[in-house]
Design a protein around this ligand. Structure first.
Ligand code: ATP
Ligand code: MG
Length: 564
């Protein structure tokens, strides 16, 4: 353990608990955690929090982390999800070495352990249906009632459980239940179901089994088998903790893993549940799990997020014991911070309008020099062609300017980035009144860097027409118009933003002819962009990651000013 590092970082309550366990000799010296996804969908940013926590904590204490697929529900799980989960964890920068496990690896041992519980009089086979069991559970104010099958003999229970395994019963005909207390104030403890019958083919064990352990049984046992020291899970499992411990009471080992709960990550304007994300995919509101609007790790990756930015985000949100909703602006701030020094600057005109510089010689072009990143000089400079015909942004021109419009407007001068000052003289319209082209003249004395001291208020980005590279620019907005209503009083499908994707036919400077999927850029004055995974030289597709304006920093500043 790096003692010095631990002292300088303010430890969260989980680190604190582990330190205490270590100091008191309550746990093995090698800290061992696990990340236990259910392979029933793609991972989302909430999982990233859990991944960073589990791998991060183990790493901090010199320990190790297992990747364990919690594959106990064969009807919902698939190897496609297993593969995507592995890819995402790796991409985030974490490694589980050879410790890739499945709860299904332990089906035999789980079965044997269930038999042991039966032998100890701690589990019984119940013939009631799931509805009857639910009904007899009681509620917060009413204790549950015992099943009429609760007092079966050990021998009968063992026989019935074996028969369940042998496939003698249909789905739902029987279950194995823990024999705890139907009057326990904690409803979770009222004889929870440990095993159910499901005649379904499992993606790994095939048709070997027709009974499957419930999560509450499989999870603690899997943890114990793997020698997990600290089992970190989200808050909704807090009420399950007594059951977690109960399940392991008969487990033959000195050390039993300790469950510690932390708050689930929620982010404004994002849905954070695989079930809901699947709904979006199936209703074709998005074009797959990796749609750049999705909060999945694969969606964020395609959107242009970097592992560094996501890890930084998880670090910055911290670990808390109370649920909260994080402002999506913080996530956006993290990717800006990461790309600020890394992403080369470039000029792309997203919604172009043509400008003709009437006093510039026809057929001539020249190269002008632009910095690749004014915040990071080591990225050098590049040459960009300039000529008689260029494009600028439609919204950088106003025929009748509003107040404080310092861009292009008739009779006013404006600077073209890295090139010259131009004066707008005339607007040529199409028959329908739309602008065909704008005519300007340039002043050859005003080349950038020539020492010209003439001041103009606006500087525009532009692209030379003859060498402009056509591209499709996809601009994204949030999928949800409001924060996801976690309480579920409103259907999230009704909050879907109908304008979450806007497609532009744009023009970029020549460097874009060489772009490859995954390349990051800052488009000057526009934001950060990434080349989409589907992009090809003959059809370039760029995704907007975020705009340039840091609303998070702004909000922080406002909050501080309010305090002062
Ligand atoms: P979902 O409701 O999205 O399906 P889940 O909890 O069912 O999530 P699992 O695959 O079972 O998904 O989760 C694997 C691990 O990730 C668990 O330890 C779980 O607690 C954690 N996790 C899931 N969602 C979040 C979240 N929003 N914030 C933090 N951790 C999460
Ligand atoms: Mg789950």
């Amino acid at each position: 353990m790096e003692e010095s590092k631990m002292q300088t970082e303010s430890a969260n309550f989980i680190e604190q608990a582990i330190k205490e366990d270590l100091a008191a000799g309550n746990c093995p010296k090698k800290i061992h955690t696990r990340f236990p996804p259910e392979p029933n969908g793609y991972l989302h940013i909430g999982h990233a929090k859990s991944i960073c926590l589990n791998f991060g904590i183990a790493n901090e204490f010199g320990g190790i982390t297992n990747l364990r697929f919690d594959d106990t529900n064969p009807t919902k799980e698939d190897t496609e999800y297993v593969d995507s989960i592995k890819e995402d964890v790796k991409w985030l920068g974490f490694t589980w070495d050879d410790r890739q496990f499945y709860a299904s690896n332990y089906f035999d041992r789980l079965y044997e352990y269930a038999k042991l519980l039966i032998q100890k009089g701690r589990a019984y086979v119940d013939d009631q249906s799931m509805e009857q069991i639910k009904e007899s559970r009681g509620d917060f104010s009413k204790p549950g009632t015992n099943s009429p099958y609760r007092d079966r003999s050990v021998e009968e229970n063992l026989q019935l459980f074996e028969d369940m395994k042998a496939g003698k019963y249909q789905d739902g005909e029987k279950v194995l239940r823990a024999k705890i207390d139907m009057a326990d104030p904690n409803i979770v403890m009222r004889d929870p179901v440990l095993y159910r019958i499901m005649h379904a083919t499992h993606h790994r064990t095939g048709d070997t089994w027709c009974i499957y352990p419930m999560y509450d049984f499989a999870h603690p046992v899997s943890d114990a088998i793997e020698g997990i020291t600290h089992s970190l899970c989200t808050l909704e499992f807090e009420v399950h903790r007594p059951l977690y411990n109960w399940v392991l009471e008969e487990w033959p080992a000195d050390y039993k893993p300790r469950q510690i709960e932390f708050a689930r990550l929620n982010i404004t304007n994002m849905v954070m549940s695989k079930r809901k994300l699947r709904q979006l995919v199936e209703a074709q509101i998005v074009d797959g799990w990796d749609d750049p609007r999705m909060p999945t790790i694969s969606g964020l990756r395609r959107r242009g997020y970097t592992p560094e930015a996501i890890r930084d985000f998880c670090q910055r949100i911290g670990i808390a014991k109370a649920d909260s909703v994080v402002d999506v602006a913080l996530l956006e701030s993290c990717i800006r911070d990461d790309l600020k020094m890394k992403a080369p600057r470039s000029m792309v005109v997203i919604d172009p309008v043509k400008v003709v510089i009437t006093n510039y010689p026809e057929g001539q072009t020249e190269m002008v020099t632009l910095e690749n990143n004014q915040e990071n000089e080591s990225m050098g400079t590049r040459q960009v062609p300039f000529g008689r015909e260029i494009y600028i942004e439609q919204n950088d021109f106003m025929e009748v300017p509003v107040r404080k419009f310092f861009r292009m407007t008739p009779g006013k001068e404006v600077r073209l980035k890295g090139a010259y000052i131009v004066m707008c003289n005339e607007v040529i319209k199409n028959e329908d009144g739309t602008i065909k082209e704008i005519h300007c003249t340039y002043d050859p004395e005003t080349h950038s860097g020539s020492g010209c001291t003439r001041k103009v208020k606006g500087t525009l980005h532009w692209v030379e027409a003859s060498q402009a590279v056509p591209m499709e620019v996809r601009e994204y907005d949030y999928l949800l118009q409001t924060e996801d209503d976690q309480a579920g009083s409103k259907d999230f499908m009704e909050q879907i933003n109908p304008h979450s994707l806007t497609i532009h036919q744009s023009l970029g400077e020549p460097l874009f002819s060489q772009t490859k999927p995954g390349d990051h850029y800052q488009f000057l004055r526009q934001g950060y962009f990434v080349t989409d995974t589907t992009s090809k030289p003959e059809h370039i597709v760029m995704n907007r990651i975020v705009g340039l304006r840091d609303t998070w920093a702004k909000k922080q500043k406002k909050a501080q000013e309010a305090k002062a």
